[in-house]
Design a protein around this ligand. Structure first.
Ligand code: MTE
Ligand code: CO
Length: 427
């Protein structure tokens, strides 16, 4: 019963019929379904719509542009009961509302340990000290005089999907997978800054430290810093947002978000890791054999179907359906994504569309003809190293259920007959 658009049996006529059946408005060759619920019939053809009868707002009404008011629900959201205060808390990217691979700046999820530091860039300094020939203090202007680079990377909090270790919990990919964003960073390679200070021969580790009152810090192996870490000052072309570490953040491609220190004020160079709070009492996974996993830096290959999903049900009824989602790997690119509609009995190759960049989000699509019966949707990604995204049960076999971090298990969405979608698990 499952057909892709390549199959000529799904014609444009079927698409139009489906839209008509769901009450969607038909305009020449295009379908407007989503607005149907709230549409004002007076605005529909053959009438002239309200917005076509008068002048609109002039230029400069919004010197800094903002989305249409009809998009007001496309926002980051938090889960109130998760944390005791908003200053040490998290909110989530509305993945189900987005397309392509870039997260708009105002929708990047936020994770702060002591709120957003309000840093005046003129007074901001980056200090390099420890095992260096020449301890240095840089202004923002100094940093911007190094050769710049532009790179697109995802940032995923290691706690993303952490609430799902013991079973399906939250209804919406915004909440279950939304501790991720992907933007284009402009910055300079950390390697150049370290070379300027001159590394001593026994230098092996770095400790980046944030300028927020939490002074968040982590130990980063020198090899990673020299390989691909950046000091970023722009995201998607404009200055970093305060929430994302304005004016300077560390970018640690493919590695857990906790290491991407925001409001970066200092980097100490040492010969051993520091065993900071964030890498001992946090970001360590207790295993059932009494041991623990630490320094689990890489974010392994993962994917999620963003539409349909609990916050994005199928509203159009039976017929041609566009399924889409995101896949990523901290090890490189994503080679393929497979989709099942029946809980893993049959798998179909999804179409990855758009840039396929290492350590960046990949966008996939799968078009099919929904016959109106319940579905169990899953996506499974395979990365360029051949690593296959595991099921949640496969993860639990190795890691038990005491973990919080690094849950990259396959997500299941149960599509009901009426098009509603629920977060479920199948074994
Ligand atoms: N850096 C500082 N200085 N303070 C913080 O609280 N939170 C970390 C990391 N860097 C944090 C920080 C965590 S746990 C994550 S997941 C990411 O920043 C979140 O980045 P974002 O707010 O841009 O999404
Ligand atoms: Co985090």
């Amino acid at each position: 019963m499952v057909q892709s658009t390549n199959n000529s049996s799904v014609s444009r006529r079927d698409l139009l019929k489906a839209a008509a059946a769901s009450g969607g408005a038909l305009a020449a060759g295009s379908i407007s379904v989503s607005a149907a619920a709230e549409s004002n019939k007076e605005n529909l053809p053959p009438n002239v719509a309200d917005w076509s009868t008068s002048l609109g707002e002039g230029v400069d009404t919004n010197p800094y542009g903002k989305p249409s008011e009809f998009e007001k629900d496309v926002v980051r959201r938090s889960v109130r009961w998760l944390t005791a205060s908003t200053e040490s808390s998290v909110n989530f990217t509305p993945l189900h509302e987005l397309d392509g691979i870039i997260t708009p700046n105002g929708l990047c999820f936020e994770r702060h340990h002591s709120g957003v530091a309000e840093v005046n860039p003129t007074d901001h300094r980056l200090m390099i000290n420890g095992l260096v020939e020449k301890p240095l203090i840089f202004t923002m202007e100094d940093i911007m005089r190094f050769p710049r680079t532009n790179k697109i990377f995802f940032l995923e909090c290691a706690a993303n999907s952490g609430m799902e270790w013991r079973g399906a919990q939250l209804n919406g990919c915004q909440f279950t997978q939304g501790m991720i964003h992907c933007v284009q960073y402009t910055g300079v390679r950390l390697k150049y800054i370290l070379e300027e200070a001159g590394l001593k021969t026994n230098a092996k580790w770095l400790m980046p430290e944030g300028g927020d009152s939490a002074g968040m810090n982590r130990s980063v192996p020198l090899a990673k810093a020299l390989d691909d870490c950046l000091l970023a000052f722009k995201m998607n072309g404009e200055a970093l947002r305060p929430e994302q570490g304005y004016p300077l953040r560390l970018v640690v491609p493919g590695w857990e978000g906790n290491m991407w220190v925001k409001w970066l004020r200092r980097i100490e160079v040492g010969d051993m890791p520091w065993h900071t709070r964030e890498e001992t009492s946090k970001y360590t996974d207790l295993m059932e054999n009494g041991k623990s996993r630490r320094f689990t830096w890489v974010m392994d290959c993962k994917s999620v179907i963003t539409n349909p999903s609990p916050q994005a049900p199928i509203n159009h009824g039976k017929g041609h359906t566009v399924l889409t989602g995101l896949a990523w790997s901290g090890q490189g690119t994503v080679d393929r994504v497979d989709i099942t509609l029946d809980g893993g009995k049959n798998w179909h190759a999804a179409r990855i569309d758009g840039p396929r960049l290492p350590k960046a989000l990949h966008r996939f699509y799968y078009e099919f003809d929904w016959d109106g019966s319940p579905l169990l949707l899953q996506s499974r990604a395979v990365d360029s190293t051949g690593y296959v995204q595991p099921t949640k049960d496969e993860l639990r076999t190795v890691r038990g259920t005491n973990s919080i971090y690094h849950n990259n298990g396959i997500q299941t969405w149960h599509v009901l007959k009426n098009g509603e979608v629920e977060n479920v698990e199948i074994s």
